[in-house]
Design a protein around this ligand. Structure first.
Ligand SMILES: C[S@@+](CC[C@H](N)C(=O)[O-])C[C@H]1O[C@@H](n2cnc3c(N)ncnc32)[C@H](O)[C@@H]1O
Length: 280
């Protein structure tokens, strides 16, 4: 018999979540709006406030990278339910099997309860309208190999699997292509959140062009990472003391290519890192 790709697991406290058997990783969603989605992505990026204040003539744009079972996307939709601003959510996903699995277990998972029709439409048609002011688009395929056909975002939820298991999503090429999406002179102020605290990943993000700071704690993580295309949007940018620790770290070489290999940073990469504007 073929082995199932996903399993329903019971978290401490009784809520259900999904485990990818192939990646050996459990997604941090429980019943109700996911705590991680709220703390790490939505509140930290002041999503409702920024979307509510949005004055642009175009919609306020969110990129949801690694849609998975849609915990972050649904939490964002619920958070934005009462604002009047037009919002576009662009979700990127290589394999929607996990969302289809979640849909079959929407009652146990809780947070999808009531959203089944919207998710069904998103899967079938690639676009859905969860609220009159919110358009939700699905971009299928390998994000790390695409040119991204979506307008420049103000907010990015960056949520692939971990670098050890999903290396192509954390390499210099992927963060550089993300940087091109937000670095045009007319691009809106943008922030991007994710759960990593890895030195080599932060070095990779900085070398790709991003400003990088320490993010809020969530779950069992004491710190995470937040990025921006504007230094002033970061409350705690990585500073000189972080930079001096990079030199002696055994896990600070930027991630290149599609294999996860770590090591100390080379003198050439360290020289480029030191020259990043955020350390001036
Ligand atoms: C941790 S799960 C995402 C959880 C989800 N954000 C949530 O809130 O429920 C990671 C997702 O990233 C997707 N992913 C991994 N590599 C990808 C790639 N190269 N392109 C697009 N999606 C990818 C996986 O298929 C998986 O669904």
């Amino acid at each position: 018999m073929e082995r199932a790709a996903y399993e329903l697991v019971t978290l401490k406290g009784g809520a259900h979540s999904i485990r990818s058997v192939e990646h050996g990783e459990t997604m941090h969603i429980g019943s109700g709006p996911g705590q991680e989605a709220l703390e790490l992505h939505i509140r930290q990026q002041r999503l409702a406030e920024r979307a509510g204040e949005w004055q642009g003539s175009d919609p306020f744009v969110i990129w949801d990278i690694g849609l998975g079972p849609a915990g972050n996307a649904i939490t964002a939709i619920e958070e934005l339910g009462t604002i009047g601003t037009r919002v576009e959510i662009h979700s990127f996903e290589i394999d929607t099997a996990v969302l289809e699995f979640a849909l079959r277990h929407s009652k146990e998972l809780g947070y999808l309860d009531g959203w089944e029709g919207v998710i069904g439409q998103l899967l079938a048609e690639g676009v859905a309208f969860p609220r009159p002011n919110i358009q939700w688009r699905l971009h299928r395929g390998d994000f790390s190999r695409q040119t991204h056909a979506a307008p420049a975002p103000s907010v990015i939820f960056f949520d692939p699997y971990s670098p050890a298991r999903n290396a192509e999503m954390w390499n210099l090429e992927t963060f550089s292509s993300l940087w091109s999406a937000v670095s045009a002179p007319d691009a809106p102020p943008c922030t991007m959140t994710n759960y990593t605290r890895s030195t080599s990943v932060r070095v990779t993000m900085l070398l790709a062009g991003w400003f990088v700071g320490t993010g809020v704690p969530t779950g069992d993580k004491d710190v995470t990472t937040i990025l921006s295309n504007r230094l002033h949007l970061l409350e705690k940018p990585l500073d000189q003391s972080w930079l001096s620790r990079v030199r002696s770290s055994t896990n600070a070489s930027p991630l290149r290519g599609r294999n996860y290999e770590r090591g100390p940073i080379s003198p050439q990469d360290y020289a480029r890192l030191k020259d990043r504007p955020q350390f001036a």
